[in-house]
Design a protein around this ligand. Structure first.
Ligand SMILES: Nc1ncnc2c1ncn2[C@@H]1O[C@H](COP(=O)(O)OP(=O)(O)O)[C@@H](O)[C@H]1O
Ligand code: SF4
Ligand SMILES: [Mg+2]
Length: 341
């Protein structure tokens, strides 16, 4: 991809390349028995070529719904509005043919629990090969050869032998590697990994992160990584988007965000302490007292107001919007102190 001149500093970030993935004003709501439930509201995200964007936030804040809408994986009960452009091609409202050619090929998704996505009755080699036969039209023998290469790429030892294993013969970490091999089989431009290490133990997590890092380096894949784990963020992300109650409340480069969190929610998550900072190892997000509110109940307020130690009167009557620039924050009374890390 070539860089193009930046026209609008307020919306283009980082200011170096045209984003491969550009999400603007993404809103998702679900039809439920109790009426329409808003899950994601006016989300803007950008991912540059070869960049790793981490999306963090508590459970239920809309990370998976955002990720699934990027890959067109939401159920029929969902209404999606806004724009998702992959390398300049609009995906929201695109016809089935366009979506079929993009899904799995240009934008691929890794789920949290590999066992639910792998078919227990076929060998892993067959399942990776299937992706290659369907999308790339490879012959059976070429697909098998490529499957072995992909298993090697994701660090599976004795790949020539393992290619004939069934999913239950592999450990959780190895199954997650197989999922990654399937996801990158067609050399996607963007890989979306939704909590890919959450179900795994710490040493296995580190191996999976190494795989993602090497894919970025060797194939130039852009990665949207959804995680609860600040150690993972510090380890691999270039930029971070913090979500709260269906909205992005802060986004910045990873070092900047850890050193100078501006949103009180981010500061709370980071614990504003060195222990949760850059060298966090495997620290999880801090617990913040209170519950994530249902988005639709607070259209004219900051959704964090009930839990925020810095709330002002304005916060309950007007919704803050993200500021422009490379460090964006949606808050009427942002934190200004630098955190020592
Ligand atoms: N299929 C669905 N139908 C109705 N509500 C849903 C559906 N999927 C997710 N939600 C709701 O959307 C919100 C965001 O969920 P999700 O994106 O899964 O959160 P996260 O991944 O951040 O934990 C939650 O309130 C969840 O209950
Ligand atoms: S807008 Fe107000 S309530 Fe919301 S995070 Fe900022 S200070 Fe807190
Ligand atoms: Mg989730």
């Amino acid at each position: 991809m070539t860089s193009t001149p930046i026209k609008d500093q307020a919306v283009v970030e980082p200011a170096t390349t045209t984003p491969i993935l550009k999400v603007t004003g993404l809103s998702v709501s679900f039809r439920t028995e109790d009426g329409r439930l808003s899950a994601v509201d006016q989300v803007d995200l950008q991912v540059a070529d070869g960049e790793v964007l981490a999306v963090v936030g508590e459970s239920g804040c809309g990370k998976s719904v955002t990720a699934m809408s990027l890959a067109g994986l939401l159920p029929r009960s969902a209404t999606v509005e806004g724009s998702v452009q992959l390398d300049g091609v609009e995906l929201i409202g695109a016809d089935k043919r366009t979506l079929r050619s993009i899904r799995g090929r240009e934008i691929a998704y890794i789920f949290q629990e590999p066992m639910t996505s792998l078919n227990p009755v076929f060998t892993v080699g067959y399942q990776i090969g299937e992706v290659l036969r369907v999308h790339n039209g490879l012959s059976r023998s070429a697909a098998r050869k490529r499957s072995v290469e992909l298993l090697k790429l994701v660090g599976i030892p004795s790949a020539e032998r393992r290619v004939d294993d069934y999913p239950h013969q592999l450990s959780g970490g190895m199954r997650q590697r197989v999922m990654i091999a399937m996801a990158v089989a067609c050399d996607p431009k963007v890989l979306i990994a939704d909590e890919p290490t959450t179900a795994l133990d710490v040493t296995i997590q580190a191996g999976i992160l190494d795989v993602l890092r090497s894919l970025r380096e060797r194939l130039g894949t852009s990665i949207v990584l959804i995680t609860h784990d600040l150690g993972v963020v510090a380890d691999i992300a270039d930029r971070v988007a913090v979500m709260y109650a269906g909205r992005v409340v802060e986004t910045a480069g990873v070092d900047e965000l850890f050193a100078r969190p501006q949103h009180p929610y981010t500061a709370g998550l980071l614990g504003a302490s060195p222990a949760a900072g850059r060298h966090a190892g495997t620290h999880r997000l801090n617990e913040i007292p209170g519950l994530v509110p249902v988005l639709a109940t607070q259209p004219d307020a900051c959704t964090f107001a009930d839990r925020c130690p810095r709330a002002l009167d304005t916060c309950t009557t007007k919704q803050p919007q993200l500021t422009p620039g490379s460090h964006r924050v949606a808050c009427w009374n942002p934190v200004s102190e630098q955190v020592e890390v």
